[in-house]
Design a protein around this ligand. Structure first.
Ligand code: ZN
Length: 296
């Protein structure tokens, strides 16, 4: 089992400002790309906020110029083979498994499972998004109750280019409506903050320089509401989304997503590393770089 190295202690920052917990992804050098170490650190930070009675609202952000450029598929700290203490009981460890089993088990825990856990945090969560919010980054913003975007934020899920039908947490038709979700997926192009607001995917757009202040202002106003009122309102909306089919649709899409990984693996047998083949890694790294490069 892995132990946390000194450098991993700061992968996620946790700070408290009165009734607000500020949870900040802290891999700015890699545009906060999500590796497993950061995912488990996020989970710990959320648990801390849940267990602190003083905390009424949780804000999730990313350090540096970008919110999150997606899952870590190419940094030196990519850690897909590492074992971590698992949080779910619905599947077993992935690291010594082969083929489709490996990817299914890992993604069930790390992506779909974690996102569902975080969507059900019993306190309101606010994503504060600047710069890139790409692929895996979308999932982190989408699980939050509110999304406040800076005017430089941009959003995209480009994975159809790799033969994959969207990221693991398949909320696309619910966060923007089915018609727009088709375009978002079929083109895989960037949507800027203004367009994201029109789609109903974010709550408000503010100037980049005002993002932190506006986010804290909204969170502080929310924090004045009673804890039970907030919890029950959140639960009611989550239930409504599930009755609209969110949870079942996501399970069905996750099966298709795993089929895509298996297909990519079978189509590229020359790539012995099933993780790499399953992710269509070369083309995905290229596509994500293209989509998330703000200099483009
Ligand atoms: Zn996947």
């Amino acid at each position: 089992m892995s132990t946390t190295s000194a450098s991993e202690k700061d992968l996620v920052l946790y700070e408290k400002q009165e009734r607000i917990a500020l949870v900040t992804m802290n891999r700015p050098r890699y545009r906060n790309a999500q590796n497993a170490a950061m995912t488990y650190a996020l989970d710990q930070a959320f648990l801390r906020a849940i267990n602190d009675d003083e905390v009424k609202v949780v804000v999730l952000g990313g350090a540096g110029e970008h919110f999150c450029a997606g899952h870590d598929i190419g940094t030196p700290e990519r850690d897909i083979h590492r074992a971590f203490p698992r949080v779910a009981t619905n599947l077993w460890p992935h690291e010594d498994k082969l083929g489709a089993e490996n990817i299914l088990v890992r993604e069930q825990e790390l992506y779909l499972g974690m996102c569902r856990r975080w969507r059900e945090i019993p306190k309101p969560t606010v994503a504060t998004v600047q710069g890139a919010c790409i692929a895996g980054g979308l999932m982190l913003a989408w699980v939050c109750d509110l999304i406040i975007a800076a005017d430089d934020a941009f959003f995209a899920d480009p994975v159809v280019r790799m033969g994959i039908p969207g990221v693991e947490y398949f909320a696309h038709p619910y966060v923007m409506g089915p018609r727009q979700a088709r375009e978002f997926l079929y083109l895989g192009e960037r949507v800027d903050a203004k367009r994201a607001l029109q789609l109903g995917m974010v709550n408000r757009v503010v100037a980049r320089k005002d993002l932190a202040r506006e986010t804290l202002d909204v969170a502080a106003r929310m924090a004045k509401m009673p804890r039970m009122g907030l919890y029950l309102a959140k639960k009611a909306i989550n239930q409504a989304e599930d009755r609209m089919g969110l949870r079942d649709s996501m399970d069905a899409a996750f099966a298709l997503h795993q089929l895509a990984h298996a297909h990519n693996t079978l189509s590229a047998p020359e790539q012995a590393d099933s993780h790499l083949a399953g992710q269509g890694i070369k083309s995905m790294a290229e596509a994500l770089r293209k989509t998330s490069d703000p200099a483009e």
